[in-house]
Ligand binder design. Structure first.
Ligand code: AMP
Ligand code: MG
Length: 495
């Protein structure tokens, strides 16, 4: 091992800055702007250890200074990344307006993970924004991203939230905060749109090579790097969105700048989980036409990938027509790839370990029945696991005049054709059907208490969300469907 690779600070920082070496149009120097009184609110000790950091050295005041941006960790070279994006269908130039990338931490396992401060002050890409973030939305990202991780869904992670001791002006004055986000990278579909829009072919090519190497090393030998990258991203997004749909997750703002090439879920804004199963579910207050509704997510994923393909066209083939034909050929595979991942996910949720042609239709009938009965998505699937366990299927969804009273006989017949012992089926169903999701009312309750200075509610929620597949007495209060309020749940972008 070289001396350089051994260099590691006392707190365990081992930062590299490979993105900062990409062509200059792709980023700008941008140091975090110091804040008045950094105070640690949440620190993810387990994640710190995974990163090779010393929680003891970072949990206290010196950690707060670093995660607020008042002091740079060893090896940091802060930059803001340039990107563009289609926001609700419209192209805009963006860039990190309130975030800086400190560098890439090389973990003890050899992974390279971005360490980004979000809410760390103005950058060259801030436009009219103040570069800051409010405490509520940063805690929300922490809760939901960590919940997604526990659910086994690829996602950026949250290492810390610190308050700044400064208020920020939104519709009202709010406490300011900085989130430390950990990501496979922050390269977005919008990063490629930006690189292509600059007309700087060398930058686009360098970005393509870099992204392929960093996230799809296995495809590096391909003769058409841009097409290989595109196909790799398509496959991961098809899988990711299928995973979202299988747990009832609504991202809420699937703009192309919020879609990561690594295949991780990124940018938790107005996201939320469905309670009642309805494909038309929209939570975001700004999504007036339901563009990013629960059931629209695969179509939007496909649409976003078309924007990525467009950005890559100059590299796919010098001949424009040939490039378009090849890109369209690849893009056209998305619906089938999504359907394959989604069907596999649904099969697992129904306890089916083998594949039969009618499985998707069987699952679809279950989903339709749930919609008609306005049944809770998570609890209904959990009830199926219980049914295999107890041999009985009860509850309003399955008895009396319920829409699924005949469905369950066909499901049982299908399960019997598998010839598996119930214990095996139950174990597999448990892994596919979380009993616990971050219920919107629980998240709101925890945020309200936290912003008012009481973190205990938030800590209890985070503890419960760490183990979402097992029913325990402790997580019982978090599993219940929300009490009816008669009101539609709404989320706000909360920048
Ligand atoms: P988001 O809604 O967080 O995905 O952000 C969309 C774009 O707006 C990104 O380019 C952000 O950097 C930028 N942005 C959001 N909030 C602010 C802010 N308070 N100050 C500066 N830029 C911001
Ligand atoms: Mg964003």
């Amino acid at each position: 091992m070289t001396v350089k690779a051994e260099r590691k600070s006392a707190a365990g920082w081992r930062l590299e800055n490979s993105y900062a070496r990409l062509p200059e149009v792709l980023h700008a120097r941008a140091a975090p702007v110091p804040v008045a009184r950094p105070e640690m609110v949440l620190f993810n000790e387990k994640l710190a250890v995974e990163l090779g950091l010393d929680p003891g050295a970072l949990a206290g005041e010196s950690g707060a200074e670093i995660f607020a941006g008042n002091r740079l960790p060893d090896g940091a070279k802060p930059i803001a990344q340039a990107y563009a994006g289609h926001q609700f269908g419209h192209f805009t130039n963006l860039g990190d307006g309130r975030a800086v990338l400190l560098g890439e931490q090389i973990t003890p396992q050899g992974a390279r993970l971005d360490i980004q401060l979000k809410g760390s002050g103005r950058t060259p890409y801030s436009r009219r924004g103040d570069g800051r973030a409010a405490l509520g939305p940063m805690l929300r990202e922490y809760i939901v991203s960590e919940a997604m991780h526990a659910l086994g869904i690829p996602t950026t992670r949250s290492l810390a939230v610190v308050t700044t001791g400064q208020e920020i002006a939104r519709e009202e004055m709010l406490p300011g905060a900085v989130l430390t986000r950990v990501a496979a990278s922050h390269i977005r579909v919008g990063t490629f749109e930006y690189a292509n829009a600059t007309g700087d072919g060398a930058a686009l090519e360098a970005l393509t090579r870099y992204t392929l190497q960093r996230h799809y090393a296995e495809l590096c030998g391909a003769d058409n790097a841009a097409l290989a990258l595109f196909e790799g991203v398509l496959e991961r997004q098809a899988r990711l969105i299928a995973q979202w749909v299988c747990v009832g997750f609504v991202h809420g703002v699937m703009n192309t700048d919020n879609m990561a090439l690594s295949g991780e879920t990124i940018d938790y804004g107005p996201c939320a989980f469905i309670d009642i199963h309805d494909p038309a579910t929209v939570f975001s207050s700004i999504d007036r036409n339901g563009r990013y509704a629960y059931g629209n997510q695969p179509d939007i994923g496909h649409w976003n990938l078309a924007r990525l393909a467009e950005a890559l066209l100059p590299l796919i083939d010098k001949d424009k027509d040939k490039a378009v034909a090849r890109a369209e050929g690849a893009l056209g595979k998305f619906p089938a790839r999504f359907r394959a991942h989604y069907t596999a996910g649904l099969r697992a949720k129904l306890g089916l370990l083998t594949a039969e042609d009618g499985d998707f239709a069987l699952a679809q009938e279950f989903l339709d029945g749930m919609k008609t009965a306005e049944a809770d998505f998570t609890l209904s699937f959990a009830a199926l696991t219980g049914a295999v366990e107890s041999g009985r299927l009860s509850g309003p969804l399955f008895s009396g005049g319920a829409p699924l009273r005949t469905w369950h006989q066909r499901w049982r017949a299908r399960l019997e054709r598998e010839q598996k012992v119930p214990s095996e089926v139950v174990a597999a169903m448990r892994r596919a059907n979380p009993v616990l999701i971050p219920r919107n009312y629980r998240v709101e309750e925890a945020l309200a208490a936290a912003v008012a200075g009481d973190l205990s509610v938030l800590h209890r929620l985070l503890d419960a969300l760490r183990a979402p597949f097992a029913e325990t007495p402790a997580n019982q209060p978090y599993r219940a469907a929300p009490p009816p309020t008669g009101q539609l749940y709404r989320t706000f972008c909360g920048t």
